[in-house]
Structures are given as C-alpha cells and as structure tokens.
Write a protein that binds this ligand. Structure first.
Ligand SMILES: Nc1ncnc2c1ncn2[C@@H]1O[C@H](COP(=O)(O)OP(=O)(O)OP(=O)(O)O)[C@@H](O)[C@H]1O
Length: 707
C-alpha cells in the first residue's frame, strides 16, 4: 500500500507541476488543459487515503486498492488523450477526466465507511480470511499464479472480480452508444450502417460479454468455495476446541443451532457479502458513468409541456425519483430483517427436532411417544408457517411497491424525452440512448431497492454469525477464567484434588473436596447419593466444568481417560467407533480385534469396515463394552468410569473388571457406581458425603459420616 501511495503521490505532483508550468489562468489550470488540475489534486488526497488504509479492514483495503489502480489508469488515459498521444478512435471512447477523480472520491468513501460500526461488524467476520497465512488451498488450481498464501490469493481473487465488474461497466457504456448509432441508422433508413452496427459492433461486443460472464462465474465460485472451506474449518475447530461446544449451552447463551450457523450461515454470509459489496461497487461506477452521459445527453432537452431548455434536468429527475423510491422501500421493507432472522431459527429448530427423533427412534417407539412427538413437531412447524406468512405479507406489500416502481421506470424516460424528440431537438438514436442511460442510472441508484430483501437477509445472517462468535468467545473466556485449573504436577504419583469447590451454572455450590488423592495403582470406587455431584467432579477433572474453583494435579506425562455412562458412538465404520476418540489408522486390525474379543464382542470382529448407525444397532450393554474396548486400546494411566458398566449383568461386570486388571496392569481405575458387588473389585471405597455446611466431600467408607 505504501508503494502504491507513493506512485499516486508522485504522479499527482508531477502532473500538477506540469499543468501549472504550462501556465494559463487559475480556471484554465484547474478545469482545462491536457489534465485538469482537479485530477492531480484529488490524486494527492487519494495518495493519503491509500497510505492511511494500511490500518483498515483488509477486505475494504482491496476496494481502496482497486479504486487507486482505477484512478491511475483513468488519469493516465486522460493525460495521454489530452496530449494527443492516442488515436482518434480511442480518444472518442475515453471517459472524461472527471471519472479518475470519481475513483478517488469512491476510495475516500470506502475509507470513511470502514469506521461505521455496522460495517466494522461485517468486516470483523470477513477479515480473518484475508489475513490467513495458511498455505493456499487446493481448490481452483488455475489460481496458483495468484500466490502461495491463502489470504493473499483470496484478496487477489476479490481484486480480479472487481476488475471484471469495472470492465462490464465499460462495456455497458459502449453498448449505450451502440443504441444511439443503431437507431440513428434506422431513422435514416441506412441499411449498411444498420448491418455494420449489428455484425461489426454488436456481435463482437456480445461475444466478449459472454466470455467475461462465464469467467466471472468461475472466479466468483472459486473464491466462494475457498473462503467457505477456510472459514468452516476455522469455525469448526474453534467450536470443538477446549470444550467450547459443551460450554456454550452451559453458559445459557441464545446461540441456537450451531450446526446451522456452520453449515448454512457461513455460506450465505460469503455469498451475500461478495454480491452486495462487489455489486455496490459496479453500481457506483455505473452511476457515475451514466450520470455524465445523461448530463451530456439532456443538454438540448426541454421541460415537458414547455419550450424551456433545462440542461441536465434528466439527471436531477432520476436522482429525486430513485431517492424517493429507496426511502419508501426502506419504510415498507424494514420489518423483513427481524422476520428473516426468526425464519432461519424456527426452520433450524424444526429440522433439529426431526433429527433428534431419528436418533431416539427406538425410545420413542417403545414409549409409544409418537402422538406426543407428532404434536410437538406440529407445534414446531406451526411456528415455521406462521413466520413465513408474516414474511409473505410483508413481501407482498414490498413487491406491490417495487413492481409498480419498476414498471413506471420503463416508460418514465420515454415520457420525459418524447417532447424533445417531437420538437426535433434530438434524433431517434439519442432518444433511445437517453432511455437506456436513464434506466442504467435509475437501476444503479435504486440498487438499494432491488437489493433490499438481500440486505435484510444479510443483516440477519451477520447477526447470527456475530452472536455465535460472541458465544464462542465467552465460552473460551469462561474456560480460561475458570477457577478450576487442571495442571501437570512434576514428581507426583497421584491424581490429586485440592480445594475443589464446584458450583452449578446458577452459582449454587454443591461439592467441596478439600484434599483428596487418587493414588497410582490403587483403584477406587466412589459411591454416594444421586445428584451429589460425582459426575460433576469427573467433569472438573476432565477440565470441561467451568463453574467453581480448585486444583486438579496430574503427574507429568500421565493420561486420564473418562468413560461416561452413555457412550457416544459416531456414525461410520465399527473400526472408527472402537478406536474413538483416536484415529482408526493409529491402530492395527489385530489390536482392535483383540480388544473386541476381550470385552466379549467377538461376534463383531469381522464387521470392522461396515458403516452403520452403531449407536442404534448395538444394545446398551454392548455399547458400554465397546467403550471399555476403547480404554484397552488407549491404555490411559487413570481410567475414570462413570457408571460405565451399569448396563451389564453382574457376572459380565466382574469379568470386565478382571480384564481391565489383566490387560491394563499400569492403569488405575476410579469408578462411580451404585452396586455393592463393585466394592470387591476395588482397593478402596469412598463416599460422597454431605458435610454440615451442606456441601459434599469425599470420605473413606469407614470414616464416612451419615449424610
Ligand atoms: N448442565 C447442568 N446445568 C444445571 N445443573 C446441572 C448440570 N449438570 C448437572 N447439574 C446438576 O448438578 C447436580 C449434580 O449432578 P451430577 O450428575 O454430578 O450428580 P451425580 O452425583 O453424578 O448423580 P447420579 O448418581 O444420579 O448420576 C445435579 O443436581 C444436577 O441436576
């Protein structure tokens, strides 16, 4: 950015000096000459903006850069044209010098809007991608020439898209003069000129237009998939790291349906941001270009119904026309923002209810819960339909206005230009060219009108992603600020708990383990009343419970594995289910088979590659044995079993404990359980005991006071 700013600064100073040196009155220098002085003057401002833009959002910086390059291109063309260095044919098509200054003004606008809070919210979501230093992704190999860092490639693809959009605006300008020439040929009944316009002008232009449109789709979608993969991966990792996904609902956040935010909202955000921002830019360029054209065209126009000539009156009319239309649309369409937000939420709630029903199909069927489920689903869908109807009613109101407005826009310029045509002031070609220019200006100015629905949905989408990010940040902060620290301890031989006071999310304290050690090699059974906080203590040892304070010390290099009562079994192959949470390629088949045989699941050893919903296919006891097989593979130093054998019959439970002892001689087992038969399988029994202060502490069985 610094180099670009220096180039623009040097160019501006040199051309300003050149203009002043040529002499002439102040007015001549400022407005006339090969390059009017207002161009280098705005160029000097642009150089400062480009320099300052180093500190703004990287996404917006791409736009400032493209405008700066546009300025250099247009100003150089104007200068060369002004000095007579370009052929006549090119000079005729040159945009006026004013357009270079317009590019500088747009850069200034982009710089200005970067400080608006709502824009900051949007760029906060967009920017991390453009800062990414990760190696460039494999998607869209044709873009290898754009660089090796993902963020840089992304930024250059956005730049390329902007360039394509500028080019399309330039083509539209060329098409505009084609209309004039074509209709003039028709009016003059000049057959040769007519065919020249069709075959010599229109056909090549159309061919270029098609090629550019196809390339644009390619660039646009390549950027979309690269950006989406990067952002999805980053969000998923962040969500799953350090138990954040578990803590978000614990903290009572409103972040519903994270699955929808990751799967749908990220895609929508990128898609809508790209189309809105790049379209906004090309609409701005269209606006400036055609306002200039329209201004020139309406030089000879009379006010309809009079013979008074009023230069540029079409420009004023189109501005008033579009501003009033935009304002009315805003008034009518505003409620759509909230309604769209709600629609996404109720749709996702409905989808989640269905997915959950599939997961718990057996339980629902056994309980004959179908009636209750039908009622619940119908209630959930009623919300979907009710909100949809509100959106429909609002859209109908909005469409009845915008459709009428668009229809009026078709005939409005004809009505305005007709008197001048009938009075012979303008040719049929100019009449047609005016109508085309008017509609270009009107559609650019009313970009906000046609994009209103997209803008409303975009705002709702940005809100959803922002609240999701905020909840993740809070859950991360809660993890960091948690008063419970789990730290490795040098030289120790026990998993020790000290000053551990655990609370519920509402702040009510339930557990106070003052000082307790699970010594290496000495298995422990924890018993105690239901709800006394045994599982919560295990959660704290695992480092995922954020409420409370205290220390958990684990000897350096030792591993703790926790097996809950209800195992989680991912959808996929049996091999992946047994090796979870490890990766299946880390274990050879022999080890997996041996583990399955040890926990009496021999009937499944030849089904390792079968993909299934194993969580639904296996019985409760089989699922528990499968998760014990995981422990045999993982060989942890401490194995915490939270009622992990509660679904097994007593002989099977005893056999499993024997196997654990035999296969994992170096593992210390700590179990939570209620069965008395478990006592003989452990070296020590402790009880969660209610102390006089109402909190539970661990006491050795023989020392336990009555609760
Ligand atoms: N996410 C949560 N939000 C609010 N309260 C919770 C949450 N998780 C647990 N609790 C509460 O914490 C208390 C202790 O629960 P915990 O599961 O630790 O008990 P437990 O001793 O393991 O019980 P059980 O023997 O029945 O399994 C219970 O009153 C429970 O309702």
């Amino acid at each position: 950015m610094t180099a670009l700013s220096l180039v623009i600064g040097a160019f501006s100073l040199a051309t300003l000096f050149f203009g002043v040196a040529r002499g002439g009155s102040f007015g001549d220098v400022l407005l006339g000459g090969p390059l009017p002085a207002y161009v280098p003057l705005t160029g000097a401002v642009l150089a400062a903006i480009v320099f300052l833009s180093r500190s703004i959002s990287p996404y917006l910086r791409i736009f400032v850069t493209m405008y700066a390059l546009g300025f250099l291109f247009l100003a150089t063309l104007s200068l060369l044209g002004g000095l007579g260095f370009l052929p006549q044919m090119v000079t005729e098509l040159l945009p006026p010098a004013f357009s270079a200054s317009a590019a500088a003004v747009f850069a200034l606008i982009v710089y200005g809007v970067s400080f608006i809070p709502v824009i900051r919210t949007i760029t906060t979501l967009a920017d991390p991608y453009f800062r990414a230093e990760t190696p460039s992704s494999d998607f869209g190999r044709p873009f290898a020439w754009l660089g090796s860092r993902e963020g840089r490639v992304g930024a250059r693809l956005v730049g390329l898209l902007i360039g394509i959009n500028f080019f399309q605006v330039a083509m539209n300008i060329r098409f505009n003069s084609f209309y004039r020439d074509l209709f003039n040929a028709l009016q003059e009944k000049n057959v040769d000129a007519f065919w020249h316009q069709i075959l010599g002008v229109f056909a090549p232009l159309a061919a270029i237009w098609i090629a550019v449109a196809v390339y644009e789709i390619f660039v646009d979608n390549a950027l979309l998939i690269r950006w989406r993969s990067w952002l999805t991966q980053r969000t998923t990792r962040r969500w799953l790291e350090n138990g954040t996904h578990y803590r978000i609902p614990l903290l009572g956040h409103e972040t519903d349906n994270p699955d929808q935010r990751i799967q749908a909202d990220i895609r929508l955000f990128i898609d809508q941001l790209m189309s809105l921002s790049i379209r906004l830019l090309s609409q701005a360029a269209t606006l400036v270009s055609f306002v200039i054209i329209l201004w020139h065209l309406s030089r000879d126009f009379v006010l309809p119904g009079t013979e008074i000539t009023m230069p540029g009156f079409l420009v004023w009319l189109v501005i008033v026309y579009a501003v009033v239309g935009t304002w009315l649309t805003h008034l009518i369409g505003r409620p759509l923002i909230g309604l769209d937000f709600r629609q996404e939420k109720v749709e996702a709630d409905f989808r989640f209810s269905l997915a959950r029903l599939r997961e718990y199909g057996e339980q629902v069927a056994l309980l004959r819960g179908e009636k209750a489920e039908t009622a619940r689903l119908e209630r959930s869908f009623t919300e979907v339909a009710r909100n949809f109807l509100q959106i429909l009613s609002r859209r109908m109101k909005l469409t009845s206005f915008t459709a009428g407005y668009n229809q009026l826009s078709v005939i409005f310029p004809y009505v305005l230009a007709a008197p001048s045509y009938f009075m012979g002031r303008i040719t049929l070609g100019v009449f047609q060219q005016t109508a085309n220019a008017f509609s270009q200006v009107q559609s650019a100015m009313s970009f906000f009108i046609s994009a209103y629905v997209t803008l409303a949905a975009f705002k709702a989408n940005v809100d959803r992603l922002t609240t999701f990010n905020d909840s993740m940040a809070e859950a991360e902060a809660a993890g960091l600020a948690s008063g419970i620290d789990v730290a490795p301890q040098r030289g120790g031989h026990a998993l020790a708990l000290q000053g551990m006071r655990l609370a519920l999310p509402d702040g009510r304290e339930i557990v106070d383990v003052k000082d307790f050690a699970f010594e290496e090699g000495r298995s422990v059974l924890i018993t105690g009343p239901s709800g006394s906080g045994k599982s919560t203590m295990f959660r704290a040892i695992a480092g995922i419970w954020p409420f409370g304070r205290g220390h958990v010390e684990i000897p350096v290099g030792k591993r703790v594995m926790l097996i809950p009562q209800k195992p989680y079994i991912p959808v996929g192959t049996l091999r992946a289910a047994v090796t979870y949470p490890g990766l299946d390629e880390h274990y050879d088949d022999e080890a997996i088979r041996k583990a399955l045989l040890a926990v009496n699941l021999g009937q499944f050893v030849d089904k390792l590659d079968i993909e299934d919903y194993w969580g639904q296919r296996l019985s409760g006891g089989e699922q528990q044995r499968l998760s014990l097989a995981r422990a045999l593979l993982a060989k942890p130093d401490w194995l915490l079993l939270d009622e992990a054998t509660a679904s097994l019959d007593e002989p099977m439970e005893a056999a499993v404990y024997d196997i654990l002892k035999r296969e994992l001689p170096d593992t210390t087992v700590v179990s939570i359980g209620h069965r008395s038969t478990l006592i003989g399988m452990h070296d020590r029994q402790v009880v969660m005991t209610k102390e006089p202060d109402g909190l539970y502490d661990l006491r050795d069985k023989n020392a336990a006071a009555p609760a």
